[in-house]
Design a protein around this ligand. Structure first.
Ligand code: CDP
Length: 259
């Protein structure tokens, strides 16, 4: 968030540098059940962001002192792979990824019916393969689909998107340049069914009127993402047209294995 409003990121026709209108999302692709070894998984592309989420559990919580006898704990780990950004990212947790992991964990713990699984841990691993701003939102969007794919009961599926301010205009779903040189960034996650806001952070400044407009834009976009999340799960379980998809076939046995 450079706040450099001199950099022209929106032209006189209201078109952004990637060709979008101010209230337009980047192209989104969501796929559920992409990993065989995980209990649930999802792959999400939002513009140039590429994010993978895998869920393991509910499983016995270790170390035991972290167990809650009344409910499950949800532990999300957000990680950016070294090659996901233009400058190689030093592997391992840093302040930023610890913060993002904490807020995604808290958001997810609120939607999962944790009281169904006392003493367990639900572990969600979020790997950012390619980053282009809005990765916490893409990570959360992927984590929600992966949890649903794992069959874990939840209040709802959670979509997330960032809204911001660029060249004095409120814009939806900031890309990297807009995030770096814009004036404000406001990531939002919500429960579409109830309208509850699950996550909201703000970097930069917005007036009350701009904030209201940003929130309205974000909520509308969250509903669009929510439909794509549900579509991904429907495709995965082929409930479209009442058909049941064949069980995925086991991979052919490795002929060299016996030798
Ligand atoms: O990704 P998100 O917008 O949720 O978080 P951010 O902290 O606002 O980061 C914005 C963007 O900066 C990321 O999506 C990356 O594209 C980039 N970034 C980077 O290039 N190197 C880092 N170590 C961290 C972020």
């Amino acid at each position: 968030m450079g706040g450099n409003s001199d950099m022209k990121l929106i032209d006189e026709n209201g078109i952004r540098i990637d060709g979008r209108k101010v209230d337009e999302l980047r192209p989104i692709k969501i796929e559920a059940g992409v990993l065989k070894s995980a209990d649930g998984s999802a792959y999400v592309e939002i513009g140039k962001n590429k994010v993978l989420a895998a869920v393991y559990g509910p499983r016995e919580c270790h170390p035991r002192h972290m167990q809650n006898p009344a409910k499950a704990i949800v532990q999300c780990k957000y990680n950016m792979i070294s090659f996901s950004v233009s400058d190689r990212k030093r592997p391992g947790p840093d302040r930023r990824s610890v913060e993002i992991s904490k807020l995604i964990s808290e958001a997810m713990e609120y939607v999962v019916f944790t009281e169904n699984y006392p003493r367990t841990s639900i572990d969600v691993y979020i790997e950012v393969l390619q980053a282009n701003a809005g990765t916490r939102c893409a990570g959360l969007t992927a984590a929600a689909v992966a949890l649903a794919d794992a069959g874990i009961p939840m209040k709802d599926i959670v979509p997330a998107v960032a809204v911001g301010k660029v060249n004095d205009q409120v814009v939806l779903d900031l890309n990297k340049e807009e995030d770096n040189y814009g004036q404000a960034d406001l990531p939002i996650a919500m429960i579409p069914r109830t309208g509850e806001v699950l996550l909201m952070q703000m970097d930069g400044h917005l007036t009350q009127a701009e904030f209201d407009k940003a929130l309205e834009m974000g909520v509308k976009a969250c509903h669009e993402i929510y439909e794509l999340q549900k579509d991904a799960l429907r495709r995965r379980y082929a409930i479209v047209n009442g058909e049941t998809e064949e069980e995925p076939k086991e991979p052919a046995e490795d002929v060299n294995e016996e030798a």
